[in-house]
Design a binder for this molecule. Structure first.
Ligand code: 5AD
Ligand code: SF4
Length: 473
């Protein structure tokens, strides 16, 4: 592993573009020899940060001449991995085993693995030993280097492994293949400094690094000029944005600047840590015309004791107070959350506190997870206070509660007329289009493909649980 911070990001960006140019010629030659275009398949597990990284990887692959396919029977397969819970890792190994047959059939095929799981040395060892058909392995810090790694693979014909332990570098201005024409994720920071005791993210994504506001604004302006109307500002903990910048800037300040961008219509962001959510941010949100009425505010556990063991830096009471403040400032806000059941020190009493928070806050939706032990994190060496069976029962009870409440909460806008950004034609019924409300809920209504990317006023005729059926007005 290496820790790279010698070259400036500008030099690096130019260097990578030169490599892409060279590779373009080589890929074209291989393609000519085969008498067909070379294809790539991109698989992405995990969160929005990974999805964004995959867009960057896809941008590089398209630039050097690969053509996208959804089939794994392709010439270049890139798998961006997640390791936040154990089952994410198991899925990758399963998939890798299946890929062997394609590689046998197609000797030109390259398989690349990247993302959070590759930042764990035990994983890389296992792949080196048991999955020799993998060609390229890299991590979360050097996504921008894909072209260079492919070039090395073509030159050496042996497995290329390049994992950085960390980096202070942020390489700007490289290609990115956007999934949607009208909306786009924008990284505002990388990494996390919080070290929640259950979480592996700080170990695999490194310390917090914020992008400079001028780089963020420039990127968003370019996106808007290219047709984007909605951005999602991405970071593991957006509320601590700017703390490591000189001069310092707060997330609320950044939002004010983003709000000024002409032509941009909607601003979303995730994820917020309750401990860092400032009054300024609430005020900026409440006064904004563009920031969406949705806040994802993970609480993880309702027990102050468990929260302390998780190193979350807030109590149940502080969290509920914060929610009150937010709801007072924005009565129509939709709140969503993440909850972990079965953290090692959680007892039945602690779990009741979690249920209590769910009942008090009444979330629009909640992601519920059973605690998964991650080697190397402090919680991995804690004793369990409950059995697997007890935890499973709690999980089912919580899911039931969350879903029942969400159904009622989501329905509260039934009968109103709201602006919907149309995202696509409905997958089940082509006479319908599907769009999103400011509060992130989905609406299906009769419409045509020309509406995609546009705002339509829709009457939310019928609440269907987690979505609405509507009529364009
Ligand atoms: N086990 C279960 N859930 C976890 N999360 C993070 N680490 C773990 C773990 N070890 C959940 C948290 C976080 C979300 C992205 O994943 O709820 O907010
Ligand atoms: Fe993990 Fe906590 Fe950082 Fe979120 S804030 S990424 S849960 S350590």
């Amino acid at each position: 592993m290496s820790f790279n911070n010698q070259i400036t990001s500008e030099e690096e960006s130019i260097r990578q573009k030169e490599i892409m140019e060279r590779l373009k010629g080589r890929i074209a030659d291989i393609s000519k020899g085969l008498g067909r275009p070379l294809t790539y398949c991109s698989i992405c597990f995990g969160c929005q940060m990974n999805a964004k990284d995959s867009e960057k990887l896809e941008g590089i692959l398209e630039t050097i001449g690969y053509v996208r396919t959804e089939s794994e029977d392709c010439d270049f397969l890139i798998m961006n991995t997640c390791t936040v819970r154990e089952n994410a890792n198991l899925r990758v190994y399963g998939r890798l085993g299946q890929l062997k047959k394609y590689k046998k059939k197609n000797p030109h095929m390259m398989i690349a693995l990247c993302g959070c799981m590759m930042q764990e040395s035990l994983v890389v060892e296992k792949i080196k030993q048991s999955y020799r058909h993998v060609d390229i392995i890299f991590g979360t810090h050097n996504v921008f280097k894909l072209a260079e790694l492919i070039e090395t693979k073509l030159d050496t014909q042996s497995m290329v492994i390049d994992i950085w332990e960390g980096t202070s570098e942020i390489v700007e201005d490289l290609p990115s293949e956007r999934k949607y024409d009208f909306k786009c994720g924008v990284n505002i920071m990388f990494g996390c400094n919080n070290f929640c005791t259950y979480c592996i993210v700080p170990y695999v994504r490194g310390r917090e690094r914020s992008r400079r506001p001028e780089d963020i604004i420039k990127e968003i302006k370019e996106l808007v000029a290219d047709g984007v109307v909605e951005v999602m500002l991405l970071g593991q903990n957006v509320n601590s944005y700017g703390k490591n910048l000189d001069p310092q800037i707060s997330f609320a300040e950044l939002l004010k600047q983003v709000e000024q961008i002409e032509g941009l219509k909607r601003i979303r962001f995730m994820t917020s840590h309750p401990k860092d959510l400032s009054d300024d941010l609430i005020e900026v949100m409440a006064n904004s015309k563009k920031i969406c009425r949705h806040l994802h505010l993970p609480f993880q556990s309702g027990s102050s004791k468990v929260l302390k063991d998780m190193n979350r830096h807030y109590t149940k009471e502080q969290y509920l107070e914060l929610v009150d403040k937010i709801k007072t400032a924005m009565p129509d806000i939709s709140l969503t959350t993440d909850i972990i059941v079965g953290f090692p020190t959680e007892t039945e009493e602690d779990f009741k506190e979690t249920l209590d928070v769910v009942r008090k806050v009444r979330y629009d939706s909640a992601f519920t997870f059973i605690y998964s032990k991650r080697t190397g994190t402090p919680a991995a060496s804690m004793e369990f206070a409950s059995t697997d069976e007890e935890i499973r029962e709690r999980f089912d009870m919580l899911l039931n509660e969350v879903q029942g409440i969400a159904k009622e909460t989501c329905a509260r806008f039934e009968g109103t007329i709201q602006k919907v950004l149309v995202e696509g034609v409905n997958e089940q019924d082509a006479s319908l289009v599907t769009g999103r409300l400011s509060n992130n809920l989905l609406v299906h209504f009769p419409g045509t493909p020309d509406m995609i990317g546009k705002f339509v006023n829709v009457k939310l005729a019928k609440a269907m649980g987690f979505y609405y059926m509507g009529e364009a007005m």
